[in-house]
Design a protein. Structure first.
Length: 267
């Protein structure tokens, strides 16, 4: 044991355990921006007035045991009866991760390879606890992994943006527009290589490419899919996408809206 184990404090907020321990619920004391103190949380969890508790409180190299594992601590509404609750220092120091992981390893030695669960994921709970605590890191450390955080995954390479297919001043838009508005719904003498006839139906190859890209990003462009034809569904998506990306909302797929479909992040 590489931490100091403190058992002098006891919480009255506990009850008889009637269920097998099936999980470990991870908490933090509070939002670190509020600057909660260790003394404050220990006082709160050990007073009858609070009606809450935890089995353990972990901060740095110290573990405070407030409720024995043979009892139920009142730490997670709807999930206390079959779990062990650990309150972790919200500052998330490396020492706290390492100490909590060692404690988790010991708990699993007594109760089996039980999972770690965030407080907010317990059915019946309404909370953001334990904030940004990294349960994968805790689990890895508890299983003997590296104490260091794993290196961040490399950012995916930005997809190359295909060149805008239309001549200067042209755009993809409704058939009611001028000749510069390429709808794919009829022949367009300005762009004969882009608007083609397939099985007796006109379509724009470039517009179909943009529609397919939007579908790949999760946008619903209607039942017709990437058909290369500008209709109400495509107009709706264009305007919503332009608003989402801070572009001019005009329903026209010009060079800026075309490029944004590849270059700007999904959000």
């Amino acid at each position: 044991m590489s931490y100091k184990y403190i058992t002098e404090l006891t919480s009255p907020n506990r009850s008889k355990r009637r269920s097998k321990v099936r999980r470990i619920v991870i908490h933090h004391w509070d939002d670190p921006k509020r600057k909660p103190s260790l003394d404050g949380v220990l006082s709160w969890l050990t007073t009858t007035k609070s009606k809450v508790s935890a089995h353990y409180v972990v901060s740095g190299r110290k573990v405070y045991r407030l409720v024995p594992e043979s009892m139920v601590a009142w730490h997670a509404r709807g999930g206390s009866s079959d779990s062990i609750g650990i309150e972790c220092d919200p500052r998330q120091q490396d020492e706290t991760y390492e100490t909590a992981a060692e404690l988790i390893r010991e708990i699993r030695g007594r109760h089996g390879d039980i999972p770690l669960v965030r407080h907010r994921d317990v059915k019946g709970s309404s909370t953001t606890c334990p904030g940004t605590y990294d349960l994968a890191r805790l689990d890895r450390l508890a299983r003997g992994g590296s104490a260091a955080c794993p290196p961040p995954a490399p950012a995916p390479a930005a997809p190359s943006v295909p060149p805008f297919p239309l001549p200067r001043g042209h755009y993809y838009g409704p058939p009611s527009g001028p000749i510069q508005s390429v709808s794919g719904r009829g022949r367009n003498s300005r762009v004969p290589s882009d608007v083609i006839e397939v099985n007796g139906r006109w379509r724009s190859k470039g517009l179909a490419t943009w529609q397919a890209r939007m579908q790949a990003r999760g946008w619903n462009i209607g039942e017709s899919g990437a058909d290369g034809r500008y209709g109400r569904d495509t107009a709706r998506v264009v305007k919503r996408f332009q608003k989402n990306k801070g572009l001019k909302v005009d329903g026209k797929i010009g060079p800026a809206t075309w490029r944004a479909a590849w270059a700007l992040p999904v959000k």
